[in-house]
Design a protein around this ligand. Sequence first.
Ligand code: ATP
Length: 234
Amino acid sequence: MLKVKNVSAGYEHIPVLFDVSFEIQGGEVVAIVGSNGAGKTTILRTISGILKPMAGEIEFLGERIDNIPAHKIVEKGIAHVPEGRHVFGKMTILDNLLLGAYTLKSQEDIRSVLKEVYDIFPKLKDRENQKAETLSGGEQQMLAIARAMMSKPKLLLVDEMSLGLMPLLVDKVLSILKAISERGVTVLLVEQKVQEALEIADRGYVLQTGRVIAEGTGKALLASERVKRAYLGM
Ligand code: ATP
């Protein structure tokens, strides 16, 4: 579904990703894990077109997307949940959700996707007329994911959803991502919480200072000595 081929990217001509390659098949949950500053956010920004690669190519469903603008990439079916949530606190939950549906053309489409999103996140329905700022951190994270789901994505990119959440909530949000993938949406998440992310991922990639240094099934990576030593404190 997604092929990232030999991508280098960065800021102001200074690369932070070097020759990064990986692939995602439809229906998978893939995790890219690594420490703070490894370049995880930069990968997601490059896929969603916020940042243009300095070298390499990105293909989505057989078509090159690294040379088209970000809003066109959303229309092709890639939605990005940014780090830090960025929900609009003064707006209601429903209005936050409707903002995510701007690519949909008909009211009927919007109603049906809203119903589906409320099936996944029933608490948001109960509170749809409340301001988003009344939600807790974990609920705001759910809202950010729900808003991205409103564009009916085929591929959902999720940046560091565990940030600032209690362990119990991290598990809860991760299990929601698994449920989303079971509904046919492919998920790419990037995480500093290496253990938790690899536990739910079908496959993972380890990113260190802008380079992919290991890949494998979530299980295999969790069992690898290198990952255990470097990220799991064993
Ligand atoms: P984090 O968990 O902190 O987000 P990360 O793995 O997602 O870490 P990135 O945010 O992709 O890492 O950052 C990779 C490198 O790029 C870091 O050295 C960072 O300082 C640098 N960087 C990130 N954003 C910018 C920017 N807007 N301008 C310049 N350098 C940046």
